[in-house]
Design a protein. Structure first.
Length: 249
């Protein structure tokens, strides 16, 4: 079954996504969640981001929440159904913010953890720092905020456990290992094969046959995800994992 970890993994995969063009509120999430109005531009999308993330793990927030594209509606639904809490958040809970003390929900994110008394979350349509709009900032960022701006959390217990797990991709056989390490500075068809395989698995990477810093960074992230030794070098184990481990992106 889908878990809180699944939700956080999907949310983290979107870090750095921004509006195109800047300031337009046009992002990939609107067409996929089906905003129930004629235009998909001009609307702040923090709640659409949360709705989209949940959809990826099989939780359709549009069914229990009337028009879940406004933070206030999500908060009112949580309060009416006993899901609202003001302490002890669990990773994967939804977190709602208010900036002006009015008590009205103005922004939403997905809670990750508590860090030195502050609260870390992944949020859509915010700014990367406290400079700029916090609820219409145009990007997906990891933010750490104080308790004073948090109204509370939506307890996702039950909803996540009831979500169908994503169907794992079939495991395939790896091609024959080329017999030499591939690392930063390597070039040629072997590098291109690695890059193409990463791209096929859903990683953002340029297939150019050059093993530069960007390719090394993706390999390190892949190794970390698959719990391999993280060294940025493609040896026999990493080569095999590129083809034989489940695709999760």
């Amino acid at each position: 079954m889908a878990t809180r970890t699944d939700v956080l993994t999907v949310a983290a995969s979107q870090l750095g996504v921004t509006e195109d063009p800047p300031g337009s509120n046009r992002v990939r999430y609107w067409p996929e969640v089906g905003q129930p109005i004629g235009s998909t531009s001009g609307w702040a999308w923090c709640a659409a981001f949360v709705t989209w993330v949940l959809l990826q793990v099989g939780v359709d927030l549009r069914k229990p929440v009337p028009w879940p594209y406004q933070c206030q509606r999500i908060m009112l639904w949580a309060r009416a159904t006993g899901r609202w809490k003001t302490s002890d958040p669990t990773p994967g809970d939804l977190v709602l913010y208010c900036w002006d003390g009015s008590g009205r929900a103005a922004h939403i994110g997905i809670h990750e953890r508590i860090v030195d008394g502050l609260y870390q979350a992944i949020e859509g349509n915010t700014s990367p720092t406290n400079v700029g709009s916090q609820s219409n900032g145009g990007g997906v960022y990891r933010r750490i905020r104080s308790r004073t701006v948090i109204l509370g959390w939506v307890d996702m217990a039950g909803m996540l456990e009831a979500a169908p797990a994503p169907t794992p991709a079939p495991v395939t056989s790896a091609p024959v290992y080329p017999g030499q390490l591939t690392r930063r500075g390597s070039v040629g068809p072997r590098v291109r094969t690695i890059q193409q395989r990463l791209k096929d698995r859903g990683w953002r990477i340029t297939v150019d046959g050059v093993y530069g810093p960007a390719t090394e960074a993706v390999i390190r992230a892949f190794q970390r995800e698959k719990r391999l030794g993280v060294d940025g070098v493609v040896g026999p184990r990493t080569w095999a994992a590129l083809w034989t481990t489940p695709i999760t992106r």
